[in-house]
Design a protein around this ligand. Structure first.
Ligand SMILES: [Zn+2]
Length: 257
């Protein structure tokens, strides 16, 4: 397994930068396939050209994913964790759940569209790529020592967890990441609901409030006055007692939406 920090070496557009975000707001990962065959550098060149399909005529600042996985399984770190690349937009895969903006994009190099979409058989991802994808997501989220490290170190995301991995198809792009990777994603998601969907921690509640349009302050897991005020506002709208407390009735209301 090779891990390359290419944040300073991949093609970029001078003077342009992606929007920033609080890494604490990230709840998981979205898996993509490449737009056609190529290397991660090829994709970066395409995104930073006027020919890119995301904003035609307007070059993107850099590769529109946080990580890429080459055909040989090399993991390429392309953007800082606190950068919301152009792939991170759009609505939630499930009504009431987090939108794509709360996820980190990972692109697997290759064109894996299923035959039914592409009109012909396409190659599946290489075994090394699938292995690298699983290890990367595990590294970024599921490994406790990684979660305890500071933001940004090897791309660690303390708030994310292993089960919050989706395919781009869940966000409306039907052909991405292709049937094979969609099955891999399905296996990784398993049957267990993610931590934040159970609202176990103060951070989970903050994220949920933020997603619903309330401002709980920094997503830091500290239940301070801003978080209490945000929850009180939600409770008021829902006709609940405005206590700012994380009680069972409020939890049900927050999760039920
Ligand atoms: Zn995609």
């Amino acid at each position: 397994m090779v891990f390359v920090d290419a944040r300073l070496t991949l093609p970029r557009v001078p003077g342009k930068s992606f929007n920033k975000r609080d890494p604490g707001e990230i709840v998981g990962f979205v898996v993509h396939q490449g737009a056609g065959e190529g290397t991660i550098k090829d994709y970066a060149e395409y995104h930073t050209s006027t020919k890119n399909h995301i904003t035609p005529g307007d070059p993107r600042p850099g590769l529109c994913y946080t990580f890429g996985i080459e055909r040989d399984g090399t993991i390429v770190w392309a953007n800082d964790v606190n950068v919301r690349t152009s792939s991170q937009k759009g609505n939630s895969p499930v009504p009431g759940k987090y939108g794509n903006t709360h996820f980190m994009g990972i692109v697997v190099a290759g064109d894996f569209k299923a035959g039914e979409y592409a009109g012909g058989a396409k190659p599946n991802p290489a075994p090394a790529q699938v292995t690298a994808l699983i290890v990367l997501i595990w590294h970024l989220s599921g490994y406790r020592q990684c979660r305890d490290m500071p933001y940004g170190l090897f791309g660690c995301v303390p708030s994310a967890n292993y089960y919050d991995v989706w395919g781009h198809s869940h966000f409306g792009k039907r052909t991405c990441p292709g049937d094979f990777l969609a099955r891999v994603v399905g296996i990784m998601r398993a049957e267990r609901p993610s931590h934040h969907e159970q609202l176990n921690t103060a951070r989970d509640w903050q994220l949920r409030l933020k997603m619903k349009g309330y401002d709980p302050g920094p997503i830091d897991g500290i239940w301070g006055s801003k978080s209490r005020a945000a929850l009180s506002s939600f409770q008021a709208v829902r006709g609940l007692a405005t206590t700012g407390m994380r009680d069972a009735a409020t939890k049900a209301a927050l999760l039920g939406d």
